[in-house]
Structures are given as C-alpha cells and as structure tokens.
Design a protein around this ligand. Structure first.
Ligand SMILES: [Zn+2]
Ligand SMILES: [Zn+2]
Length: 586
C-alpha cells in the first residue's frame, strides 16, 4: 500500500515522525519524496500502522492531506534529518505532566520529532558531541531508552531529570531562590512562578524562543499566550488549526471586545509547565526585562523566534522574522548570506551552526561583516520575487510586485526586468495644506521630515511614533467598513510622494480618526498597487501576478490587492521577504 502525504515544507521533522510510528508498530516502510509529496510505501501491518499514524502524527501547518494512491515514484537520494525548531509533541507533553514519569515537570523533554533541537546544536552534523548536551552524560535509563523507545531511538538530545540540565529561579536582586536539580524541585519552580503571577507579579523566563516576561494584567504591548482556547477569542477554524499546529505560530486574533491581539499557543517546555502550574486558559507576555522573578539555565542556546502567520481569507503567509521555519533544505546550491541566516550546501540555518564554510562565492543583499574574495551583491526585492516563482514552480511570464520599505514592479519572461520603482522619496512642500499642517502640527512635521521610511513617514503625520509592526496593528484595529481615499498616483517617473503625503495631511487637518487614516493608507496602496499590477498583467498578457515584501501582511492592503488581482501568488513555506531571498537568489 502507498500513502501520499501532501506536505509543503522542506523541513524533516514530519518525516521523522512517520518513521518513528513505523518503528513503534514494527512496520517496514520506504519513504520517497517528490516535493510536495511524501510517499510512504509498506506491505504489512496496514491496520496497525495507519491507526498508529492517526494517533501519533501531529498537526502541521504544512500538512494538507493524506491519500491512498496507486502511483509509486522512484526513490530519491536518502535525506539527512535536520534538527527541528518546533513545539513539543503530545507524547512528550503527556510525559511532562505525568507524576510517575522520569520527566515530570522537566522542561527539556523532547524527542526525535519534536522540540527546539536546533537551539541546542553547536554545529552540524546533528550528533550529541556537537550539541550543548555533550556536557551531560545520559543516565542508565536514558541509555536504555535510546535503544528501546522508537520516538527517541538514537536521539542526540536525550535527557531526563536523572541526568538533567538544571534550571534556577532568582529574584529581582539576582539572589538564588531555588535551584532545580531533583524531581520535586522542577515542579516547585514553576509553582512558585505561577503563584507569583497570581499575586500580580511578573516572571521573566529564558524560553527557547528567547527571554519572555509573563504576567496576568494586559497592557498595550502584550502578546497573548494561549493554553486552552475559550470564548474570549473569536477564532476561525483555519486560525484554530494554525494556532495549535506543531509550528505554533503567532497569529492576529480578535477578542470578544473587538480588540486585535497577537496570540500564540504554548510552545516549549517552559511555557507548557508555567501554564500547567497556573492552570489558566491564557496569560500575557512581552519581551521587556524588568520583572520580579527570573527562571534561567546556564546554556548558551540559539533562540529561534516564532513563525508569524498571517491569514486573509483563503490566503496565508509568513511575516519576516519567522526564525522557527528553519533549519530546512533548499533547492539552491549557492552560498547565500542574509543577516543571521546562511544557505550552504542546500541547508538554510543560523550562521553559527555552520562550523566551516568553503565556497567559491557568497551572495549577499546588503553589507555583511564577512571577508571573502568573491562577494556578489544582489537585489533583495528581485530575489524575493524569484522565490515565489520557485515555490510555485512558475515558468510562464509573470508580473511581480514587491511592497516593503521600497516598492518595485518586475516582469519576467525568461529574464527578470524591473519595470517600475517608487524611487527615492521626493517631497515638494509648496502647497497650502502643507503650510497649514506645519503650523498646526510643527512637531509631527519635524518628525515626518526626519523619517526615511516612506510608510513610517506617513505614520508620523498622524502622530504615531513606533515601528512598522505597531503601525500595522493600529490599522488592523480600525473597526469600520471602508477607509477614505488617500491620493496614490504615478508622478513623472516615480511615485507621486508629494500628493500622497499632502492627502494624508488634509485628513489629519480635518480631524479624521488616526485608526481610520492608518487603515486608509494601506487600503489605498492596496488598491493602487493591485490596479497597476493588473494593468501591466493585461498589457503584457502575463500568466501570473506575484506579491511579496514585508509590508503585504496587512489585511486592508491584502484584501484590496487581491480583490483587484485574485490570481495573486505569494510565498508558501518561506517568509514574504528577507529569508525567502535565500531561495530566490539567481
Ligand atoms: Zn516529542
Ligand atoms: Zn536520563
């Protein structure tokens, strides 16, 4: 029998899971991969194996469906498993909450197909001596488990309370409150932390997604940590599925009071155990430092930030900064560096995990602190556009729109050409409305002139002084049906910035609501870029429209753009900007 899994990611944990279930049921299977399909071929144990798959296979954002199929594609080269950076599987969570287990309240519990394994990697290849667990000798029971537990067979990161990584609880003055080294002490630490939260205190924890500060009283900058969904949040089925997928992404949810919140399900051992002790449906967290208690451990782990998922009707995409989507395989043999991430020998991961790099040339998109005799600079917008073509295997003529801190249009027919660029910001202040604005809002006007980013410049005009994400959230919180029309048009050879900003100024002078204007900026740009894209699409008789860039994850923008251009294609398993460029490099 052959099962065909549709799985849209070049990560390997899902494969590893299928293999563990096969081992559990003593089923001999053959795995063939023909992206985006995984073929599982087996002759025996049909009922037992399929039943166990049903029980042990977790839900992944990338897993679409499974079918029995006739096809039997030829085998590809065998794959080396990469460490994962995902949440914990249901089996491991159960173990952590079972008082009789060797891992009761032990936050470093994980198995071959779950957990933040890459956080503990020092460098490839993924073997115990190359991980931070090299300094901990597995106890007798763990050594036995390496041979007998199909989910931890030869698992490089095996550990339990008997051979533990200690954690510590300290107070504000840095004094040690408790050091957990024995069974009861691990639970005590999380119980003390949970009680502190109930007393209105704040607890900062070193989680595997970085240092986070937890508390019960919400403020403006809070994220919501969800343990169990309740009626407090209005969650669509697609959102619910994503929220508790093994990738545990951040999502924008609407609360019952109509507020937009950025929420995420419990992700690692620390967050799971904190919420188990707190026994609450949800709590809040942020990234600030000041707290009453601290839970920490002495290992220099690599943090992988959460995937940031954006859902708009039947479209879904990842925002930039979604570290946990990596490491993964990439069908591009070049060596490419972007910020913390490197593509080398077909693997994308954080730079520090590659011990030695021997390459003829390195592609970069910006100044990088490296020395090499052959560094090639490429345009990130172009590479982001190419990455969508690669993800969809498109080779017909295509129009591309890149919407980020710069805006560019591309047309590809064999070769990629840039057809339009918003160009450098040119602002002509000689208008009456500008004069009035400057008089009434001198501080905002000054901030506007100083700001270099074209969207944040607009934000300054409505008196908003923060980063893009917050401005994005402000526009999302507009509850009305439609916005006002902000002037978007093409000037002589670039975007007409003067009319754009003057039009925003006139709405501010008319005392329009800040949320309405923020919403309208995105909506109008969505309309404008969508219309432009469609007219070039018709003119050139292209087959597709591609949309990419960090700023497209805004519902007002995205809805308008795709209403004009319903044939739009976006990245699937890559974030919409930055890291996707590693795939799209030419
Ligand atoms: Zn597990
Ligand atoms: Zn052990």
């Amino acid at each position: 029998m052959t099962l065909r899994f549709e799985y849209h990611s070049h990560t390997t944990y899902f494969l590893k899971r299928i293999q563990a279930v096969a081992e559990l049921t003593n089923t001999s299977i053959k795995l063939n991969i023909k992206f985006p399909f995984i073929y599982v071929i087996f002759e025996e144990n049909v009922e037992e194996f399929t039943k166990a798959l049903d029980q042990h296979l977790y839900n992944s954002i990338f897993f679409k469906n499974v079918q029995i199929c006739e096809e039997n594609p030829s085998a590809k080269d065998s794959l080396t498993y990469l460490p994962s950076s995902i949440a914990l599987c249901p089996n491991c969570i159960k173990e952590m909450l079972e008082p009789s287990s060797r891992r009761f309240y032990y936050p470093f519990t994980s198995c071959n197909s779950c957990g933040y394994q890459s956080s503990l990697l020092i460098h490839y290849p993924f073997k115990r001596p190359n991980t931070l667990l090299n300094f901990f000798k597995p106890c007798k029971e763990c050594q036995e488990e390496l041979k007998t537990n199909p989910f931890r067979k030869n698992y490089p990161l095996i550990t339990c309370i008997e051979c533990n990584i200690p954690i510590k609880l300290t107070d504000k003055k840095g004094l040690k409150v408790l050091f957990a080294n024995e069974k009861e002490e691990f639970k005590q630490i999380f119980d003390i932390a949970a009680n502190a939260l109930k007393d209105g205190k704040r607890v900062r924890i070193k989680t595997l997604r970085g240092y986070k500060r937890f508390y019960l009283e919400k403020d403006n900058q809070s994220y919501v940590l969800i343990n169990r969904l309740n009626e407090e949040f209005l969650v669509l089925p697609m959102e619910k599925r994503a929220l508790f997928s093994i990738e545990r992404p951040h999502l924008y949810l609407t609360s019952i009071s109509g507020e937009i919140v950025e929420a995420v399900g419990v992700w690692d051992g620390f967050t799971i155990l904190l919420m188990a002790s707190l026994n609450a449906d949800y709590c809040y967290f942020d990234e600030k430092e000041d707290a009453d208690l601290f839970i920490d451990f002495d290992l220099p782990v690599t943090f992988y930030e959460a995937p940031k998922y954006f859902i708009n009707k039947h479209f879904a995409l990842f925002r930039p900064g979604s570290d946990s989507l990596f490491p993964k395989y990439c069908e591009n043999k070049k060596t490419v560096l972007y910020n913390n991430f490197l593509l080398y020998e077909g693997v994308i991961d954080k730079v520090e995990h590659f011990e030695q790099i021997a390459t003829e040339a390195i592609v970069v998109f910006q100044d990088e602190p490296i020395e090499h005799s052959h560094i090639r600079l490429q345009d990130i917008a172009r590479a982001a556009f190419e990455s969508v073509l690669k993800e969809h295997a498109i080779d017909e003529p295509t129009i591309g729109v890149y919407f980020s801190d710069q805006v560019k249009f591309f047309y590809k027919k064999q070769v990629t050409k840039e057809v339009f660029d918003f160009g450098n910001i040119h602002f002509e202040p000689k208008r009456k409305v500008v004069e009035q604005f400057q008089k009434r809002f001198p501080k905002r006007y000054e901030a506007f002139l100083k700001e270099g980013n074209f969207i944040l410049k607009a934000a300054k005009l409505i008196g908003f002084d923060s980063d893009f994400d917050s401005f994005n959230k402000l526009s999302l919180s507009f509850g009305g049906k439609g916005g006002v029309s902000i002037d978007c048009r093409v000037g002589e050879s670039s975007f007409d910035y003067s009319s754009f900003y003057a039009s925003i100024m006139s709405f501010v002078l008319a005392d329009a609501d800040a949320k309405l204007i923020a919403y309208s900026i995105f909506e109008s740009l969505g309309d404008f870029l969508g219309n432009q894209a469609v007219s070039i699409y018709r003119e050139t008789k292209a087959s597709h429209i591609v949309l990419c860039g960090a700023y497209i994850a805004n519902s007002a923008f995205f809805s308008r753009f795709t209403r004009n251009a319903p044939m739009t294609k976006v990245n699937i398993e890559y974030p919409i900007d930055n890291e996707s460029a590693l795939l799209g490099v030419q």
